[in-house]
Design a protein around this ligand. Structure first.
Ligand code: ATP
Length: 782
């Protein structure tokens, strides 16, 4: 049965599923309609198909199975729709004014002649445009959300899909729903596969198998790999597609699908082999199409996404080209270094001296060492030397925080690698996940950097892609000096660049091992070096800056962490909660980042009348929350404001640009439901405004994972430890966590785990081949 009418009021609406309860004014008077209708808004006209049901509590309701939305046609409906808050920038009063002027022509005017909205007092031309854009977006989104709902896609997911593709979504879904898994975070192969099934794409389609291969390779990038051994890739592909296939006659007929249920091992094995051979065929297809590369490493076939292969190969070529020698007259060089030592009132030890010399004499040099071994001291000497020679030097680091620290410790301006390369937003949509990984830099091979030497700090955090972008922009004859601590965790992004450069043996490497910063009695540096050597820590609390607090259960640990953050550290050590960072080994579990953040938000920044909030799924963002950007966004705009003349408010814009990156931390300073916007002030003074739709890139950061803390330092660090994946809980991880602290480390929980982690020196294997490519090039030149 069909019922239609205007939506008078939305009684309930789930943003996740699109399910809503609404009061509809139709021919029969006001009735309650219930069902899934993403995009429902007050004032819209709906034509629904369904039936009346008798709800025990709410009486008779019209339950619809499908529902079409039409834009309102009469003035009342239009006014209600525009005034319902659904269109950014229009409230009830303005809606009334607009409709009074344009009557039932209002929606046509907004769509076709939006500039005319400016005829109304209070609407500037800019605002008129903004209203039109918001209106069109809402309208298009309504259509897309309804289309996607047919395939069981929730509203939240629909928002993400719509943000990525706009109205190209129809073609993409019909053509290749698996593209969703490649392009949209939060959609994995399984969801895309489910959508594909609903769209009628056959389970045994070659298309599906190829998508699975590309998906597995892409996902491997998330684990840091640039390639996968072929056998491992095939195994993962079979696993992935087998789990999702439910149609017994489907994917591989009788052979492979049910191989796990085969009675005897031989037939299960042969079924597996058959499945594998289907994938092998598709590997060939992908190879011919130029999507993947198959190479041999140690006599084993390995498979790369083609873009990854070229990132490594070309990086190796470019780096090898920079490997020049600048031979100096040794006595003179020695004299000049001694002069700087005198000026700096410093005596370099042998290794430090060798490091300085290699940076001066080699085209590419690496300096690595743990905390307090003198890396910064050496950078300063090198800067002094080059600047005395009138050479132009540039300093950079992979993250904003690391660049800021470099500026502070050297007194020279350092910037992020992204800014050094003059990031200019993302490439167009289609180029995402290609070689450039969505990045576009003004400094590149055609427009290289103009300087004589570039010093890169925190090099362990540099991933394969940003490294490739960097070396493309370095001209022949410019020195590159990489400084870092090779024992830190490798980069968040794929690759193992610093280790690979060192392991290639193609460039001079100085490993600093003497600790200079120890005499102050600090146990942080001392313990960090012990961990690096694989020695156990002594779990007593005799230190002044390194403590262990044993606690047995997750709830005790959480309670302890809260007390430390709220009371003990502020009271006894004078740290503000902002200066204390909680670092967890994992995201999940009770003492993981997600749960910790929820608990800490309640205590550190509780609900209050003057603190606006925005609820998104099961996360509540609140003014005053500590947050972190969790992916690179090359287009996100930011501004840095000066202080106003009165010294209280915001002054002029001092700087502006684009690009907010994975790991950038800040505080929510404003939330506006009216504009659907949330403002974040990042630690380095950049302020950036996020639309509610973009909040999937923001997470709470009262607690962060150790991985995300790389390159940052905090006055005080608390590390909760309780169980966890044995493989992940390794020496590298605890070393990285501890070296993030400047003044205080507290380990809470199962403190014995610290030494178990020290014993676990097995690092997670990263399949990368930059070292191999460098070696090959070097050999070919000999
Ligand atoms: N040759 C030296 N003689 C005396 N003191 C030194 C020497 N080299 C470094 N130091 C001192 O040791 C301390 C640590 O050095 P520096 O900050 O350069 O190390 P780092 O490796 O950059 O450490 P971190 O990574 O922890 O910042 C500093 O106080 C520095 O002045």
């Amino acid at each position: 049965m069909i019922r239609e009418g205007y939506i008078e009021k939305i009684v309930y609406k789930s943003d996740e599923t699109g399910y809503c309860v609404m009061s509809v004014e139709g021919e029969e008077g006001e009735e309650i309609f219930v069902g899934t209708l993403p995009g429902a808004g007050e004032g819209l006209y709906v034509i629904a198909e369904g039936e009346y049901v008798n709800h025990p509590q709410y009486d008779i309701q019209f339950k619809f199975s499908s529902c079409e939305i039409q834009m309102p046609k009469d003035t009342l409906g239009i006014e209600r729709y525009l005034g319902s808050g659904i269109i950014k920038g229009i409230g009830a009063v303005l809606a009334k004014k607009i409709v009074k002027k344009f009557k039932d022509d209002t929606l046509r005017i907004i769509e076709e002649e939006p500039e005319r909205l400016a005829e109304i007092s209070g609407i500037s031309e800019r605002k008129a445009q903004a209203i039109a854009t918001s209106y069109m977006e809402k309208k298009e989104f309504q259509e897309v959300a309804i289309f996607l709902a047919q395939y069981g896609i929730s509203v939240n997911l629909a928002i993400r899909i719509f943000n990525t593709y706009g109205n190209k979504v129809y073609d993409i879904l019909r053509g290749n729903p698996y593209k969703l898994a490649e392009d949209i975070s939060g959609i994995g192969f399984r969801i895309a596969d489910d959508i594909a099934k609903r769209m009628g794409i056959a389970q045994d389609s070659e298309f599906r198998l190829r998508s699975a291969v590309l998906y597995v390779l892409n996902m491997a990038g998330g684990e840091g790999h640039m390639y996968l051994p072929k056998q491992l890739l095939l195994r993962r592909c079979v696993e992935l597609t087998r789990d999702t296939a439910t149609d017994v006659e489907g994917i591989y007929g009788q052979s492979a699908l049910g191989y796990a249920e085969y009675a005897d091992a031989t037939s299960a094995e042969s079924a597996y082999e058959q499945t594998v051979s289907l994938f092998e065929q598709q590997l060939m297809e992908l190879l011919i199409a130029g999507k993947i590369m198959i190479k041999q490493i140690d006599e084993e076939d390995v498979v790369y996404l083609a873009s990854n292969y070229y990132v490594e190969l070309n990086s190796a070529r470019l780096l090898t080209d920079l490997q020049l020698r600048y031979d100096m007259e040794q006595d003179e060089l020695e004299r000049e270094i001694q002069k700087i030592e005198k000026e700096e009132k410093l005596t370099l030890d042998e290794l430090q001296r060798a490091a300085v010399k290699s940076a001066i004499e080699a085209g590419v040099a690496v300096i690595t060492g743990g905390p307090g071994t003198g890396k910064t001291t050496i950078i300063n000497v090198i800067i002094k030397y080059f600047s005395k020679k009138g050479m132009e030097i540039k300093l950079c680091a992979p993250t904003g925080r690391a660049a800021k620290r470099m500026t502070e410790s050297t007194g020279w301006p350092a910037q992020t690698i992204h800014r050094l390369l003059e990031i200019s937003g993302a490439m167009d949509e289609d180029s995402k996940n290609q070689d450039d990984h969505g990045m576009h830099f003004s400094r590149n091979a055609d427009n290289p950097l103009e300087c004589d030497a570039i010093i890169v700090d925190e090099m362990s955090m540099v991933d394969a892609y940003i490294f490739y972008s960097l070396v493309q922009a370095v001209p022949y004859g410019t020195r590159l000096i990489f400084v870092g601590d090779v024992n830190q965790l490798p980069s968040v992004g794929a690759g193992n660049v610093l280790k690979d450069i060192i392991n290639s043996g193609c460039f001079p490497v100085t490993t600093l091992n003497k600790i200079f910063r120890q005499e102050d009695g600090s146990d942080i540096v001392f313990n960090a070096h012990k961990i690096q050597r694989g020695e156990h820590l002594i779990l007593t609390n005799k230190s002044k800056d390194f403590f262990f607090i044993p606690q047995r259960t997750a709830s005790q640990i959480i309670e302890e962490v809260q007390t430390l953050t709220m009371k003990n550290l502020p009271n006894y050590y004078g740290f503000s909660p902002q200066e204390i960072q909680i670092l967890c080994p994992m995201r999940k579990y009770e003492v993981g980042v997600e749960n910790m953040n929820q608990k800490l938000q309640n205590r550190l920044n509780p609900k209050a009348k003057d603190k606006p909030e925005h609820v998104r799924g099961d996360v509540t963002f609140r003014k005053g929350d500590k947050v972190m950007q969790i992916k690179n966004n090359y287009q996100q705009e930011w501004k840095i404001y000066g202080v106003s003349k009165t010294g209280t408010g915001r002054g002029y814009v001092l700087d502006e640009g684009v690009g907010v990156f994975n790991g950038d931390m800040g505080v929510i300073t404003d939330i506006s439901d009216y504009d659907e916007e949330l403002t974040i002030l990042f630690d380095d003074g950049r302020e950036s405004v996020y639309n509610y739709k973009e909040l999937d890139q923001i997470e709470h950061a009262f607690a962060v994972t150790i991985h995300k803390s790389q390159g940052s330092e905090y006055p005080a660090v608390i590390i909760p430890l309780l169980g966890g994946n044995r493989k992940l809980m390794n020496r590298n991880l605890i070393y990285t966590a501890i070296t993030r602290a400047r003044q205080l480390v507290i380990i809470v929980g199962d403190v014995n785990l610290v030494n178990q982690m020290v014993d676990n020196s097995e690092e997670q294997k990263r399949y990368t081949s930059l070292a191999l490519r460098l070696e090959e090039l070097n050999e070919s030149m000999e």
